[in-house]
Design a protein around this ligand. Sequence first.
Ligand code: 4AD
Ligand code: MG
Length: 439
Amino acid sequence: SLLPTATVATIARHAGQRVTLAGWVYHKTEKGKLIFILLRDGSGTIQCVTFKKNVSEATFATAQALTQESSCRITGSVRADERAPGGYELDVEEIELIGPSHDYPITPKEHGVEFLMEHRHLWVRSSKQHAILRIRAEVIAAAQEWLNEQGFVRFDTPILTATAAEGTTNLFATDYFDLGKAYLAQTGQLYVEAGMMAFGRVYCFGPTFRAEKSKTRRHLTEFWMIEPEVAFADHEDNMRLQEQFVSAIVARVLDRRREDLKVLERDTTVLEQVVPPFPRITYDQAIELIASHQGEVEGADPLPWGEDFGAPHETLIASKFDRPVFVERFPSAVKAFYMQPDPNRPEVALCADLLAPEGYGEIIGGSQRIHDPVLLEQRIREHGLRIEDYEWYLDLRRYGTVPHSGFGMGIERVVAWITGTRHIRETIPFPRQLYRIYP
Ligand code: 4AD
Ligand code: MG
């Protein structure tokens, strides 16, 4: 086996011991009889000190030949050193070259974003990308484990679907044998509602697709969404669940991924403030807020009642709060067909968008769902959708309907916010955008 006997992340356990590490050369400097190899093993980096008189001629020659991103196994003894970034160094005894690397394209100098995106398959090895993607993994683990602990059951929903759920203008279609067109799921919500009727509290988690024609720093055509759905929960219950959920995720990242946040130079004081309750404003109040702060954010011009916000409006609203803010009760006309109208004011929906601070935009969209079969059927028709396609969904209201609510949290938006990454393309290993499908 070529497996290492230790990893950089757990090197402290091996202080004073002889270990074999396996990884890639991140950086190398030579000073006469000394060669310093900064080895990256995926869990961290460590300085490996090769002193000519301590190693065989062959090993010293191997050290001299190592280039950026060569893979190798290095055996040596672990020595505590206060000056070392991780507190430890490795005194090299033996080096085995595994795979050479010549003219690695990503050098320590600055590269343009286009170049880096073309080399995304290599770029993910760089320290900042590595930190962002580790935090992504932590966010996903935190989200699922928190829901599991709260008694939610993961309920997987299909990606190939027959119907639209979030409007018909951004569907990806593909031929589906003799059955006509299939569409890539924009959301798992409609199916997770069926799961909710079986299990009470469920969530789905997976990739979702929107053929977004917009080229913004907040939109991907393929993004990952986690969507909890709760039976008997109303709009208020829904917002309470969301603020607890988001706070728990942020707290876990602060707890377990501090080093990565440091690499990203993230100001963590703003993340420490993310505790319930989150402020709430209505859509109407948001419209007034936008009008009274005209000119503060470019593009956030006043809107007539009934129009949806653009990204600049969201940035302006969020800038007035120190933690995520709910904007609730949007006009039904700008929202999806399944949202429950406010009984006191049927022109608005019992829904909320959760806006992240610092201009990262909407991280959650959620609502109470229509549970009345007659009203739901009417809404489906009003949206120009074919009733036949939604018979199964209407069945959920015909057999033991209950008021219920749920929401969808976009993983990449949350990761962008937590890591302080301006552009969403760096928050997923291989972003899919209007102009990008390679690599
Ligand atoms: O607000 P949306 O469209 O809501 C739904 O899809 C509901 N069915 C969710 C539910 O109630 N179960 O999308 C939810 C979230 C947004 O708040 C945003 O975080 C993310 O998904 N999102 C995107 N992320 C990246 N790129 C895009 N094109 C996105 N569109 C939505
Ligand atoms: Mg939304």
